[in-house]
Design a protein around this ligand. Structure first.
Ligand code: GLA
Length: 345
């Protein structure tokens, strides 16, 4: 096991972005301090060939100019807040509306655009931290967040903790786009997905949950048994048509000892198991990628080049009393852990 630190690049204002590499056997995880981003994850296939199983950018300029949150830590509120506003008690918070002037998506980069501090916490972990000042993008209260990446063989543990000096909402996620084939330039339509998710939250035309928890049974959203991503993605289903594919929150029903989500890629024999303590996961199949941007290896990021499994509270929870709540009082600690475990079959 080893951890190394190196220079990754300079921000336009000169600040240095660092790269940390954690190695354990055949597995390597790289994280950069811009956005506490999971930059790369190298893993063997069933023949022992080692490839990066994440889709994104080689260089800092790629992240700065073309990011669709590839690999980033997103917060303080991942996904959308309708109208960019919500109430805590009688007090209204008004946020930057960075999506079509209508919604606040991914907190308009509050944490994903920040350069975090980093420290090596053990021979197989690195911890990143950032304090977002009161008022950033409209959020009230200075929020201190920590994200720790730990690599044990193919097991990546992401531990989040956060605390705010005012009452707030907190919902951190990681926005890695996985492509288990390890072949850049390919799509994930052949990846097979299974989720312990009996319900999903359908959305309106602006991708805001309607509030309904809809049973997946009998729909293209039923992954309670394994299905290829591409099998039903082009079905004549209003939800899929609106989002150009899957971009939906699934409501997890925890089964002790079982992964919440499992994805496998038949050709490489790689499998990804996801474990989380959060109530939901956003399945996003890279629907907005359109080959116009070059990613790693200078290859185009094609439509559906990767799939994101963003563990989370449900989108727009602050405006839905019926959803599991993510309110944290001033001084109250938020803690959450998501594990991405790679293996071969
Ligand atoms: C999330 C959202 C998507 C999209 C991506 C980034 O997954 O749900 O709609 O915004 O982030 O492109």
């Amino acid at each position: 096991m080893s951890v190394t630190r190196s220079f990754y690049g300079n921000m336009p204002d000169g600040r240095e972005v660092e790269l940390y590499s954690l190695c354990d056997g055949a597995y390597t995880l790289q994280a950069i301090t811009l956005g506490a981003t999971l930059q790369a994850l190298y893993a063997p296939d069933k023949y022992g060939r080692i490839n990066d199983v994440t889709v994104g950018f080689d260089s800092l300029s790629g992240h700065l100019e073309h990011s669709d949150y590839q690999g980033k830590t997103v917060g303080r509120y991942a996904n959308r807040i309708a109208g960019g506003h919500f109430f805590i008690g009688d007090e209204e918070t008004t946020l930057v509306r960075n999506e079509k002037g209508l919604t606040c998506l991914h907190s308009a980069g509050e944490f994903s655009d920040a350069v975090w501090d980093a420290s090596v916490t053990s021979e197989n972990s690195v911890e990143l931290s950032f304090v977002s000042p009161d008022g950033t993008n409209g959020f009230k209260g200075a929020l201190t967040a920590k994200v720790r990446y730990t690599l044990e063989g193919g097991r990546v543990t992401i531990d989040y903790s956060a605390v705010c000096d005012r009452d707030t909402v907190i919902n951190f996620t990681n926005h890695t786009y996985f492509n288990l084939s390890g072949s850049a330039g390919s799509d994930v339509l052949g990846h097979v997905l299974q989720m312990n998710a009996p319900y999903f939250t359908p959305t309106d035309a602006d991708s805001i949950p309607t509030g309904e928890l809809r049973p997946v049974r009998g729909t293209a959203f039923d992954f309670t048994t394994p299905h290829a991503i591409g099998e039903r993605i082009n079905n004549d289903d209003e939800q899929l048509i609106n989002c150009k594919g899957y971009d939906h929150n699934f409501c997890l029903s925890r089964k002790p000892g079982e992964a919440d989500v499992t994805v496998y890629e038949p050709v490489s024999g790689r499998r990804l198991s996801v474990f989380t303590d959060l109530p939901g996961v956003q399945l996003y199949t890279g629907n907005f990628l359109d080959s116009s941007v070059l990613g790693k290896g200078s290859l185009p990021l094609v439509k559906h080049a990767g799939l994101c499994l963003e563990t989370q509270y449900y989108p727009d929870t602050p405006n839905h009393t019926g959803f599991p709540q993510c309110f944290f009082a001033a001084g109250e600690e938020y803690r959450s852990t998501t594990v991405f475990e790679l293996s071969i079959f």
